[in-house]
Design a binder for this molecule. Structure first.
Ligand code: KIV
Length: 255
């Protein structure tokens, strides 16, 4: 399989194929997803919850992202590997470029941060340093504490207009694609029609150019919370519990 590049992803805007993307945080998951033919693997800062056990992403550090990006990069050969810049790691254009460079050195092909117009200088600095950039607009999990929850976006005409401008700012700043998180489906479809780079939706309907999902939500590996948009294809948590109980019984039976 040929390596997928940011240009490959961008070229699929013409409707040649929908982009499939999943998160991964470790070597075996990354290798299994890559071997399965996934187009894009994201080392998401969702690892704050799925791997590190925090209540949200606001305590994730750039060092956590570097550590997990290194592990994932050893398992990915075909998919495009994107890593998240966590909160407080891109406050200025200089800091954004510096930390984006650290993620690229750890093995990422591209980086992502949350926000559009307010982060335009940071995004331009990143793409100006020849680092491929994936945007992320809509519901921004790094802002969950300010917003007091995970709220769907793009419901009112004002929000719709704002999100279209956000997407255009990322396109103008050189992003190769943009994630739309929890955006009302009609708004997500309108954004998709309004820009020349692909949109990759999560909980944003079927009118996007591709879809992304947190791996744990796909395989049923985080049973304590499943977002509405996730339809688990398996019950990994159940399998682990079954295996652990069988092992415990077998071990106790031996004594
Ligand atoms: O951190 C993450 O996993 C993400 C996806 C939900 C898009 O940003």
């Amino acid at each position: 399989m040929n390596k997928i590049t940011p240009n490959t992803i961008r070229s699929w805007k013409e409707g040649r194929r929908k982009i499939s993307a999943l998160t991964a945080y470790d070597f075996p998951t990354a290798k299994l997803l890559d071997e399965s033919g996934i187009d894009l693997v994201l080392v998401g800062d969702s690892l704050g919850m799925t791997v590190l056990g925090y209540p949200d992403t606001t305590q994730v550090k750039i060092e956590d992202m570097i550590y997990h990006t290194r592990a994932v990069s050893r398992g990915v050969s075909s998919a495009l590997l994107v890593a998240d810049l966590p909160i407080h790691s891109y406050g200025t254009p200089e800091l954004a470029v510096q930390n984006a460079g650290r993620l690229i050195s750890a093995g990422a092909d591209a980086v992502k941060l949350e926000g559009g117009q307010a982060c335009a200088e940071q995004i331009q600095a990143i793409t100006g340093a020849s680092i491929p950039f994936l945007g992320h607009i809509g519901m921004l999990p790094q802002h969950v504490l300010e917003e007091g929850g995970y709220r769907r976006k793009g419901r009112t005409p004002e929000q719709r207009g704002f999100l279209i401008e956000e997407a255009k700012a990322i396109e103008r700043s050189g992003g190769f694609a943009v994630v739309l998180e929890l955006v009302e489906s009609a708004t997500a479809a309108e954004i998709t029609r309004s820009i020349s780079i692909p949109t990759i939706g999560i909980g944003s309907g079927t009118g996007c150019d591709g879809q992304i999902l947190v791996f744990h939500d796909l395989v049923g590996y985080f049973p304590w919370f499943t977002p509405k948009h996730a339809k688990p294809e398996s019950d990994v948590a159940g399998e682990i519990r079954k295996a652990a109980r069988a092992y415990i019984e077998r071990t106790r039976g031996d004594s």
